[in-house]
Design a protein around this ligand. Structure first.
Ligand SMILES: [Mg+2]
Length: 265
């Protein structure tokens, strides 16, 4: 019997779920995750899929989650790309914005009424652009040197794959630091708190009733702690118990996987 896990479940209305390493590995569900997610919903808790990846849109994630049997219509998906839109609308409503990002993210920006420009931007946003070209790198560097406010969607250095990990936005931050001398004034994604602020804003839930679940200490678990949420480390992804002990980070709970929750629902 785990009283700590039982209490955590009783005190949670919203589960924020990291995806890779937490609910699936690549595209393979971890254990019987489909029924775990169903148990969570049946207990009246909200499921929010929560990712730093800003290269894919909400529709693309919904397709993937549907394909592996996870998606139900009452679920929600938040990406750092989507959170960057929320942030710009809240804090830079009338700004001219240059976006280094995929066409899919650009469409989401335009649909949300953000004023995208190619020159003289007030704000330069660095998202995860998997169609990056030299022309785009050159243009973004010019925006930074000219003094645009610098916002990045997330800080991850690499993006996990089943082969060699791919360079992610954090690696590009280092490149632009070398070329322009600038680092982002604002980073939207985990472990920074903007996505947490957005959740509280949009879901009208109390801070103490939100639980973040993830497999990365320095993004997922830190994010939960930084936001004042319950913060659960799962050992189903990249972190081992030894890593956790050595990290000095203190999660609310450590579980072998999210499937442990189903035993108490
Ligand atoms: Mg993960």
């Amino acid at each position: 019997m785990r009283d700590d896990l039982q209490n955590l479940i009783a005190n949670t209305d919203v589960f924020l779920l990291d995806m890779d390493g937490t609910i699936y590995l690549d595209s393979t569900p971890i254990g019987d995750m489909v029924s775990t997610l169903d148990s969570i919903r049946r207990a009246g808790k909200k499921i929010v899929y929560f990712t730093n990846n800003s290269s894919k849109t909400v529709d693309e994630y919904r397709e993937k989650l549907t394909r592996i049997g996870f998606w139900r219509d009452e679920d929600i998906i938040y990406t750092s790309g989507m959170a960057s839109i929320w942030y710009l609308r809240k804090y830079h409503a009338d700004s001219r914005v240059y976006l280094l990002g995929t066409d899919a993210l650009k469409r989401s920006y335009v649909d949300s009424g953000i004023h995208l420009v190619e020159d003289d931007a007030d704000v330069a946003v660095l998202a995860y652009d998997t169609s990056l070209t030299f022309a785009k790198i050159k243009r973004f560097n010019e925006m930074l040197v000219k003094g645009a406010r610098y916002i990045s969607t997330h800080p991850d250095l690499v993006c996990p794959t089943d082969d060699i990990f791919m360079p992610d936005v954090g690696s590009f931050i280092k490149m632009f630091e070398a070329s322009s001398g600038r680092t982002p004034e604002v980073i939207i994604g985990k472990p920074y708190t903007y996505m947490g602020e957005m959740i509280l804003d949009q879901l009208a839930v109390e801070t103490s009733r939100v639980t973040m679940v993830g497999d990365r200490l320095y993004t997922d678990v830190k994010f939960g702690l930084n936001c004042g949420f319950n913060s659960v480390l799962v050992l189903s992804g990249e972190t081992t118990m030894d890593d956790y002990r050595e990290s000095g980070i203190e999660a609310t709970l450590v579980l072998d996987s999210l499937n442990d929750v189903a035993k108490y629902l």
